[in-house]
Design a protein around this ligand. Structure first.
Ligand SMILES: [Fe+2]
Length: 239
């Protein structure tokens, strides 16, 4: 199904006062109202967990989810809030996998991979998560340049060059690939695309990756990754 037609938001910073999402509850309610009007019925609350930056407990996430859900019921907004987290992949992530907050009702652990980390650390961490029995769900892979498609040089075995260097498709029928993406697929990881990536919110390079992933069926989940009511409007083209 095309990314824009999936009506569960698997990635949303809707809870107030936990990360860089809305500061106040009224803005969370406005986000929910906009999502409901756009046709959404389920929204996963996925605040950041980044050591040293956003570190509230899982219990606090669940408490804030319940509190906001009660307000939505009072306001007559037909959105079911589901719990989750967006875990940042760094050298501290494995400290949190003894009891992670999975996406509610699934075995998926949502992981954000920064572009400036090492491929070895990414592989080791994702493998450890998988071995513990969780299903890694890679958040917005199109925004991680480690997962960018590259093309093989015609005569240079093993030599790869950047494909999306100018933010547009330049493959012209050449063989494309990405070794880390291949590794993730071998481990049966899942992939959540950001709707805003498809409309160019993060620039042409990310958009090109998103369009390629969409076309080739990489995405298994979709999300707004919205952090505010204005962001919901931008991502969903609400005027
Ligand atoms: Fe996010």
């Amino acid at each position: 199904m095309p990314l824009q037609q999936r009506m569960t938001d698997y990635h949303c910073h809707i809870l107030p006062g936990i990360d860089d999402g809305p500061k106040e509850q009224y803005e969370s309610i406005e986000m929910a109202r906009l999502l409901a009007e756009a046709g959404y019925r389920k929204v996963y609350c996925t605040p950041h967990l980044i050591k040293g930056m956003y570190e509230v407990s899982n219990e606090e996430v669940l408490y804030e989810r319940d509190k906001l859900q009660r307000e939505l019921v009072k306001e007559g907004i037909g959105i079911k809030l589901l719990a989750g987290r967006e875990y940042y992949l760094d050298e501290f992530l494995l400290d949190y996998i003894s009891k992670p907050l999975l996406l509610e009702g699934t075995s998926c652990m949502m992981i954000e991979i920064p572009s400036n980390t090492s491929v070895d650390l990414v592989k080791e961490t994702i493998f450890a998560i998988k071995r513990r029995g969780y299903n890694p769900l890679i958040a917005h892979p199109e925004r991680c340049f480690l997962l960018e498609m590259v093309e093989r040089e015609p005569q240079g075995a093993g030599k790869w060059k950047r494909w999306f260097s100018r933010g547009r498709v330049q493959n012209k029928g050449k063989e494309l690939g990405n070794e880390l993406l291949f590794y993730f697929k071998q481990l049966e990881c899942q992939f959540q695309g950001n709707l805003g990536s498809l409309n160019g919110q993060y620039g042409g390079r990310v958009k090109a990756s998103a369009l390629y992933f969409e076309k080739t069926g990489v995405y298994t989940h979709a999300g707004t990754d919205a952090h505010s009511a204005d962001a919901v409007k931008d991502i969903l083209w609400i005027r």
